[in-house]
Write a protein that binds this ligand. Structure first.
Ligand code: GLU
Length: 428
């Protein structure tokens, strides 16, 4: 593969490019190019067979000028300190672009959660908190779910933290289960947030959503609700999703030319996003190669899996019909691919704007925790729609005014807000 694939290098390159456009002071760049704090720790876990396994964990706090750090914890076998650094950095920009009073952080553990029993997962989740509880908290740093973690794990983590500090502290973590301090609408939040920004972008491009076709990469939490939203909220057609098949250790695209039924596919998908391909085939779906989603004849591409998926090698396979790329994943496009997309004139909704719905409802969750008063699902989704729509238009307006690509405009809005907070606090 050619070009940049290290996610943190990508995050720094994107930042450097906009820092130059904004003519940011070199000392300010020095602060923002790197995380403020990083924690590396080992988590011993008693396995079901009685042995002890030691897992490597990280928590990175990139910047807290605007408020407590915020961002998920990933359980992934290919996790590295650099992926966590990149994701923490993107969280700073994500919270700032949707104007949440929060900073950026991210956590990770090197583990494949599908290889653990429920009991082992619980002990790992609690073990993570035992190592980091002194450095997180509702006013310090608030974790949440991400790839490989789920609401149940957040519930265990919140419980462990509450026991360690000696009081019920739901606001230490978001994405908790509903009924256990969680917010209604949090499960749908990231995917629906993607769709609210897609709806606004289609308006801007003068395209009628019900006539549009989308191809989606992934079938985890974000992709599932992006698919539901594209069909049920916008009335459009989704022709494929993709997933990682754990048994075959390979990715597949699951497609149907007359449109997939996301809710049916969700009913045959396990908790790790693996679709039962035999059941899909029996229902008339085609199972294609993992990259097939990218070359589909579609108006909208929604990468909603992992980093670096649209890169120098794959970008050339994007179909000429594609008019919009909505980045549901964090960091799906490498700088080389980004350049090719700019040149082709494809409109792009950048990741930290497009997928900010999750952290937005996480913020609503912590507000509800603080008040100990819970909103209806309609109220949550209405407020989410308002936030996403406002943020999308603030970025679009700047992009049109300055004549810059959407990603650069999103960075400009976010960086300016963070720099302003640093100034107001007397850091710079
Ligand atoms: N992990 C999600 C993200 O990347 C959500 C973070 C949060 O809710 O704090 O945006």
């Amino acid at each position: 593969m050619t070009g940049t694939t290290n996610a943190f290098e990508m995050a720094q390159r994107q930042f450097d490019h906009v820092a130059e456009l904004l003519q940011l002071d070199p000392q300010v760049r020095e602060i923002l190019r790197w995380p403020m704090r990083e924690y590396h720790f080992r988590i011993p876990v008693r396995m079901d067979d009685g042995t002890i396994r030691v897992f490597q964990g990280f928590r990175v706090q990139h910047n807290d000028a605007r408020g407590p750090c915020k961002g998920g914890i990933r359980f992934h076998p290919a996790e590295t300190i650099d992926t966590v650094r990149a994701l923490a950095t993107w969280m700073t920009w994500k919270c700032a672009v949707v104007d949440l009073p929060l900073g950026g952080g991210k956590g990770g553990v090197i583990v494949d959660p599908a290889t653990l029993s429920e009991g082992e997962k619980e002990r790992l989740a609690r073990g993570y908190i035992q190592q980091i509880w002194r450095n997180i908290g509702p006013r310090q740093d608030v974790p949440a779910p991400d790839v490989g973690t789920n609401p149940q794990m957040m519930g265990w983590m919140m419980d462990e933290y509450s026991k360690l500090v000696g009081q019920y502290t739901p606001g230490v973590i978001t994405g908790k289960p509903v009924g256990g301090g969680g917010s209604l609408g949090r499960t749908e939040a990231t995917g629906f947030g993607v769709i609210y920004t897609v709806r606004e972008a289609l308006k801007h491009l003068n395209l009628e959503p019900s006539q549009c076709v989308a191809a989606i990469q992934g079938f985890g939490n974000v992709a599932q609700y992006a698919a539901v939203g594209f069909t049920e909220i916008l009335g459009g057609k989704v022709v494929c999703v993709s997933y990682w098949d754990r048994e075959d250790r390979t990715a597949y695209t699951v497609s149907k030319a007359d449109g997939i039924d996301p809710r049916f596919l969700m009913s045959i998908t396990d908790q790790y996003g693996t679709i039962d391909k035999n059941k899909a085939r029996a229902a008339g779906y085609s199972i294609e190669d993992g990259n097939a989603w990218l070359s589909k004849e579609a108006d909208v591409l929604i990468p909603a899996a992992l980093e670096g998926q649209i890169n120098a090698d794959t970008v050339q396979h994007i179909h000429e019909r594609v008019k919009l790329i909505a980045e549901g994943a964090n960091g799906p496009t490498t700088p080389e691919a980004d350049e090719a997309i700019r040149q082709r004139g494809i409109f792009l909704i950048p990741d930290f704007l497009c997928n900010a719905g999750g952290v937005t409802v996480s913020y609503f969750e912590s507000v509800q925790n603080d008040m100990n008063f819970y909103w209806t699902k309609e109220e949550v989704l209405q407020r989410l729609d308002t936030k996403m729509t406002q943020a999308f238009h603030a970025v679009l307006d700047l992009s049109l005014k300055e004549g810059v690509f959407m990603r650069d405009a999103a960075y400009m809005v976010a960086i300016n807000r963070v720099v302003k907070a640093m100034e107001l606090r007397g850091w710079i």
